[in-house]
Design a protein around this ligand. Sequence first.
Ligand SMILES: Nc1nc2c(ncn2[C@@H]2O[C@H](COP(=O)(O)OP(=O)(O)OP(=O)(O)O)[C@@H](O)[C@H]2O)c(=O)[nH]1
Ligand SMILES: [Mg+2]
Length: 241
Amino acid sequence: MTRRANPNYLVLICTYNERENLPKLFQAIRQVDAQADILVVDDNSPDQTAQWVRQEQNNDPHVHLIQRTGKLGLGSAIKTGMQYAIDHGYPWLINLDGDLSHNPAVIPELLAKQDSYDLVIGSRYVPGGGLEGCSWRRIAVSRFANQLARWMVGWKIQDCSSAYRLYRIATLQRIQLQTLEETGYGFLEEILAHLIKTGARVTEVPIVYQERRLGQSKISLREARSAFNALVKASKIYRSR
Ligand SMILES: Nc1nc2c(ncn2[C@@H]2O[C@H](COP(=O)(O)OP(=O)(O)OP(=O)(O)O)[C@@H](O)[C@H]2O)c(=O)[nH]1
Ligand SMILES: [Mg+2]
């Protein structure tokens, strides 16, 4: 693997049918850091996302791909990316969605918190943050889910379900990743509960979330239910401190 002598972080993008979005996303990442290592964890997307990544690898040695056999869930894909970051000795991991909802221009603001924090969340609900292009229904559901998380779990964090995060790998290594059970979106709350329990220092920086313009949403009712169950579990983990 060709890498910088001391790469500070790995950028993780989990994808299922994001072929149309990845070229623009890669361009935006490259504007922030021309040499950042990027890992795509793709679940054998029918739209050939992985094939596009392979082509990109021909021009860019900093692009890496894990292609899994089928759609195994966002949480399990993030977990796969985390294990890769641990195995390859990266000190930090940045996760962002593959549909251009998370603007890579915020990466330097996440990195600016490295000295004092173990987890930095790109947050829609702190001053300066927001959502653009989202339906009122989507905003209401997201706000309700996050309010619920604060009530149930007692967290002071405003945006518990944002996937746009910078993780300190040494802190991730304090929790046993393989014991985390959620394979879907609920993984985000589950891992947050474990990190907070182990004393991770968490902060939020504002992001303006852009509703996807291309491709289809993968969130289903089943996923939403699993995220709720994850919250119930998170509240148990948090309260058992
Ligand atoms: N590898 C992998 N990636 C996934 C899976 N489910 C979702 N993703 C990716 O995870 C990211 C977030 O998923 P989205 O479908 O955008 O979820 P969302 O942001 O809650 O919903 P929309 O933006 O409305 O579509 C995107 O990059 C998806 O392609 C999965 O099962 N496996
Ligand atoms: Mg999305």
